[in-house]
Design a protein around this ligand. Structure first.
Ligand SMILES: [Ca+2]
Length: 399
């Protein structure tokens, strides 16, 4: 908490400079005009925003940038905690008929639907108590994400006009994710379905609606029932690590390069033609997983590798399939934002483009790291470690 507080203080000068140029009333008037211009009823828009005031808590959450990102193994400890597994097994058993029916209709396994339910809302128990209209109006007025937040408010106007839910039930998380599925309003409009057949799509109060909506979302984003989300593998000692992350190959081609399923099983014939990437969530010293299209589908729910891995591993735990065999390098000290920023600057100085300097080790930074590691003869796993930062610092000093 203290560290977060200091980070906020440090950020304050830039926030003051970025202060919204509009008063809240001026924004409300301008937005009402924009909503009416795209066909919404003026009285409805005015009524929706009549008693709304900005909410400071929402802005604090939006501006919070922790100095340290939690290592993926710590995230997974929480995502696949014994409590979440236990509650998930109970939920899976309790709603077996419903979930089996959804799997037959959509091809999405019962345990994947359940795992997403567990991570999004603790199986419906934690949906968020923010008034979604107020939260989105706050973000729209603030301006940093105005277009996005206004688009979500327009979706809410449509949702209310459709009589899908009462205004007072529009509760969710601080950034507008709603109900047991944690759908944004625009996602709701596109993907929510009526699972229990009562004519309404109530992702807040109806488990049948919520689970059917999640299954529908995954199916519509291309879930392939013939493939697993990921297969843990071992790599040969001389493996070309620069193939990690970006390169898509058939599993047959990975096999030719010595990539082998864990525990010595052979590749199945039906796996050979599947397209897959190699995921190294903690670099060469952590578990290695071939991921296919379904991993990408899970990331459409929440664009985070840790989240998708959490869903996949929780799903396996729910049906007692066991976790990863590879161990996490838990003794590694994660890089701070400041260190990642310095690493990105040093990559630039070495002629490798990290795609901007933002203190976050994203895909472009990992790609630049792999190129740098390959050039100087390190294992090119693209993992942002203290060791590679040290190498970069030395490379500058010696030039
Ligand atoms: Ca319903």
């Amino acid at each position: 908490m203290i560290r977060g507080f200091i980070a906020c203080l440090v950020l304050l000068p830039s926030l003051v400079m970025a202060a919204p140029p509009l008063s809240f009333d001026a924004w409300r008037t301008a937005f009402t005009g924009r909503a009416v211009a795209v066909g919404h009823d003026q009285a409805h828009v005015r009524n929706l925003l009549a008693d709304i005031t900005p909410q400071e808590t929402v802005l604090e959450r939006d501006r919070f940038q922790p100095e340290f990102t939690r290592p993926i193994w710590q995230y997974l400890d929480s995502a696949v905690s014994s409590l979440r597994v236990q509650n998930g097994k109970t939920a899976l058993a309790e709603h077996a008929d419903l979930l089996t029916d959804l799997e037959e209709k959509t091809g999405v396994p019962t345990e994947i639907i359940t795992a997403i339910w567990g991570l999004e809302s603790a199986y419906g128990e934690i949906q968020g108590n923010f008034d979604v209209v107020r939260a989105l109006a706050t973000l729209a007025h603030d301006g940093r994400r105005r277009n996005w937040a206004e688009g979500e408010l327009l979706a809410i106007l449509t949702l209310l006009a459709n009589n899908d839910i009462e205004r007072e039930n529009l509760k969710g998380a601080w950034a507008g994710a709603m109900g047991q599925t944690q759908f944004l309003p625009s996602t709701y409009l596109q993907y929510a379905v009526d699972g229990d057949g009562d004519g309404r799509k109530d992702i807040w109060n109806s488990k049948a609606d919520a689970l059917a909506s999640t299954a529908n979302y995954l199916r519509r984003h291309g879930w392939n029932q013939l493939e697993d989300w990921g297969i843990e593998v071992t790599l040969p000692a001389d493996f070309a690590y620069e193939l990690a992350d970006d390169t898509v190959l058939s599993i047959g081609s990975w096999a030719v390069r010595g990539v082998t399923p864990i525990q010595g099983r052979n590749w199945h014939d039906n796996e050979q033609g599947q397209a897959a990437r190699l995921l190294l969530p903690a670099g060469a010293n952590g578990p290695k997983i071939l991921i296919g299209g379904n991993f990408r589908v899970i990331k459409r729910y929440n664009n985070s590798t840790a989240y998708a891995l959490g869903v996949g591993l929780l799903a396996r735990a729910l049906v007692d399939e066991g976790g990863l065999v590879g161990t996490w390098p838990t003794n590694m000290v994660p890089l701070s934002r400041a260190q990642i920023t310095q690493m990105q600057e040093l990559l630039q100085a070495n002629g490798h483009d990290p795609g901007g300097v933002d203190g976050m080790a994203g895909p472009n930074t990992r790609r630049a790291l792999r190129a740098y590691q390959q050039r100087i003869g390190l294992v090119a796993d693209g993992f942002a470690s203290q060791q590679v930062l040290q190498n970069l610092r030395l490379s500058v000093q010696t030039e």
